[in-house]
Ligand binder design. Structure first.
Ligand SMILES: Nc1ncnc2c1ncn2[C@@H]1O[C@H](COP(=O)(O)OP(=O)(O)OP(=O)(O)O)[C@@H](O)[C@H]1O
Ligand SMILES: [Mg+2]
Length: 281
């Protein structure tokens, strides 16, 4: 594909100054993501995935480089223009749901309509969005009266309320048990297939890498080459196909420790798992 993507970046950089030290969180990211794609951004902890996602999601601005979203040059926009584009084009889903604790599911889903020009039938649209994510019977529940998976589905309904073309999710299954995580992935895949939403998610889970058509790898603030990205995708496909149909203990083991079941092969992802385990110690 050579035409320009709905997401198009050229040489994006993001540097943070910490005292005397410059932290180069992103170095030269040139990337196209096309309308209707479902892509997973993967890479070790600290590699720049969230930084990239926050820039793509118009929550933050790059230090340098070009970012065009749907043809609009967002890298040159001021804060209020950026907020406007975000409201029109993007629904964002966070790892920790970010729901208002004292508001009901319905009130949480309605929140983005307060900042939007699309206010007509807001309540009915919110109810429809909650029904679409399977929570038609939970509209008046508050977050603490729902499971983690249900809370994340409320967050997805909130991301859908203004009918954005793009859904972005930073580790949407990271705080969920594997069954709820699987349901959230099924929901995102359905939104991509049935409604044609462009979906970009960050994940540490190689099983998700297998479920999506495209994997975008990030290391030290840089993308892997096209060949490296395809290699990573092939790796998740082959290794996680081996797990299909395996029930019980072995699959559960793989859930927690993919590297233990996959011949100890050193891959970017089990490196990430190991780094996380090290950090947790
Ligand atoms: N606000 C900030 N100020 C300074 N440094 C930052 C800031 N945000 C991120 N960084 C640094 O930028 C780098 C990339 O961070 P980022 O959060 O994007 O990583 P990540 O790939 O999302 O990691 P994880 O998998 O742990 O979520 C890290 O070295 C981090 O310490
Ligand atoms: Mg992150």
């Amino acid at each position: 594909m050579s035409e320009i993507g709905v997401i198009h970046t050229e040489h994006i950089k993001k540097y943070y100054i910490m005292g005397d030290v410059e932290v180069r969180a992103l170095n030269d990211i040139t990337l196209d993501i096309y309308k209707g794609e479902l892509a997973a951004i993967m890479g070790p902890s600290g590699s720049g995935k969230s930084t990239l996602m926050n820039i793509l999601g118009c929550l933050d601005r790059p230090t340098g480089g070009i970012y065009k979203l749907g043809g609009e040059l967002v890298s040159e926009m001021n804060d209020s223009q950026l907020a406007d584009v975000r409201n029109r084009k993007i629904g964002f889903v966070f790892q920790s749901f970010n729901l208002l604790p004292r508001s009901t599911a319905l009130e949480n889903v309605l929140l983005p309509t307060l900042y939007s020009k699309k206010r007509a039938n807001a309540k009915q649209r919110a109810i429809n969005a909650l029904e679409m994510v399977g929570l038609g019977a939970r509209v008046n529940h508050k977050p603490k009266e729902m499971s983690g998976g249900q809370q994340q589905r409320v967050a997805i309904a909130r991301a859908l309320i203004n009918d954005p073309e793009i859904i972005m999710a930073d580790e949407p299954t990271g705080n969920l048990d594997s069954k709820s995580g699987k349901e959230i992935m099924e929901l995102l895949i359905r939104l991509n297939k049935e409604q044609g939403k462009t979906i970009i998610l960050v994940t540490h889970d190689p099983k998700i890498g297998k479920q999506v058509p495209r994997v975008i790898s990030v290391f030290d603030g840089m993308l892997g080459s096209e060949e490296e990205q395809k290699e990573l995708k092939r790796w998740t496909d082959v290794n996680y196909s081996k797990l299909d149909g395996l029930a019980g203990d072995k699959a559960a083991l793989a859930d927690d420790h993919p590297d233990k079941i996959l011949d100890g092969k050193e891959t970017p992802d089990n490196q990430a798992v190991k780094m996380e385990e090290k950090e947790a110690e």
